[in-house]
Design a protein around this ligand. Structure first.
Ligand code: NDP
Ligand code: 8X3
Length: 264
């Protein structure tokens, strides 16, 4: 908690699931003095979450910002438009991401391919490039944390997930290259790869079909978004010389992307 004191944290995709849980967990861990910038497309939801957090933790200042990471112009204007007291970003959690459908080539919808790549890959890269110049103004080549939410899907491609898996493999490759490129700085590049987590993820995958989404979690006990948020906040709260570069987090019934034990 002491190490996060006074920090400014930016979270993408903070309106739901893992991103929302990260916002709440940062506030719980460092309730006296923290600035949270919560971004997503659903601004009304972000405003409700902001109120919820400010109600619990009086010392946390929350700024909800409408931001579609798949729109390069919005990302490019984001940092410049931040109010002065939120400009000195210390931690960026690149969490916004999604999967659309289970289709296999050659039947994958071009718009779904575009949505997944422009959000999960280009969006994450653009956010990183927008924030790094701030980190680089600090001593010893720069300071700050980039925490990228990858996936087990980036390590193990599976049928019906070719595009999503490719986007998360791209995140992994970009993240590893970035850590090497920034080796002469004190900037920490962190990747966290969850397995199965129950959020709105499957509802979005099945285009809003909640019954189909529910079936994904039948007979298994998925992780909760809070489980991942605890790890995100833990990595950000380590001593500055400690880089938790890479983690893979499964629920107990899962051993690989498609290896699950289901109770029947
Ligand atoms: P949710 O669907 O619950 O949350 C996704 C978040 O991303 C929402 O807040 C959504 O906000 C935001 N988002 C989507 N598109 C955009 C966009 N273009 N611009 C800005 N924000 C966007 O899913 P999760 O919490 O599960 O997903 C979070 C991350 O975790 C993703 O990167 C996902 O790939 C990853 N992940 C999830 C796993 C799981 O099993 N759930 C496992 C491994 C990784 P809004 O709609 O308001 O814009
Ligand atoms: C989400 C995990 O394997 O359901 O990233 O695609 S998976």
């Amino acid at each position: 908690a002491e190490r996060l004191k006074g920090k400014t944290i930016v979270i993408t995709g903070a309106s739901s699931g893992i991103g929302k849980s990260c916002a709440l967990e940062f506030a719980r861990t460092s309730p006296e003095d923290l600035k949270l910038v919560l971004t997503a497309r659903r601004i009304d939801t972000l405003k409700e979450i902001a109120k919820e957090i400010e109600g619990i933790s009086k010392g946390v200042k929350v700024l909800p910002v409408k931001l579609d990471v798949s729109k390069p112009d919005e990302v490019n204007n984001f940092v410049g438009n931040l109010p002065e007291e939120f400009k000195q970003i210390d931690v960026l959690v690149n969490n916004a991401g999604l999967v659309k459908g289970m289709a296999q080539a050659p039947d994958i919808k071009p718009e779904d391919i575009d949505t997944m790549f422009s959000t999960n890959v280009t969006g994450l890269i653009n956010m990183t490039q927008a924030v790094l110049p701030i980190f680089k103004t600090r001593p010893d080549g720069g300071r700050g944390d980039i925490i990228n939410i990858g996936s087990v899907a980036g390590r193990e491609p599976y049928q019906g997930g070719s595009i999503y898996c490719a986007t998360k493999a791209a995140v992994r490759s970009f993240t590893d290259a970035l850590r090497r490129e920034l080796i002469s700085t004190r900037i920490r590049i962190i990747e966290i790869d969850p397995g199965q987590v129950e959020t709105e993820f499957s509802i979005v995958r099945f285009y809003g079909d909640k019954d189909k989404a529910k079936k994904v979690y039948e007979g298994v006990e998925p992780l909760t978004p809070d489980d991942i948020a605890e790890v995100v906040v833990f990595t950000a709260g380590r001593r500055e010389n400690v880089v938790i570069a890479d983690t893979l987090i499964f629920p107990n019934h899962q051993a690989a992307a498609t290896v699950m034990h289901r109770k029947t």
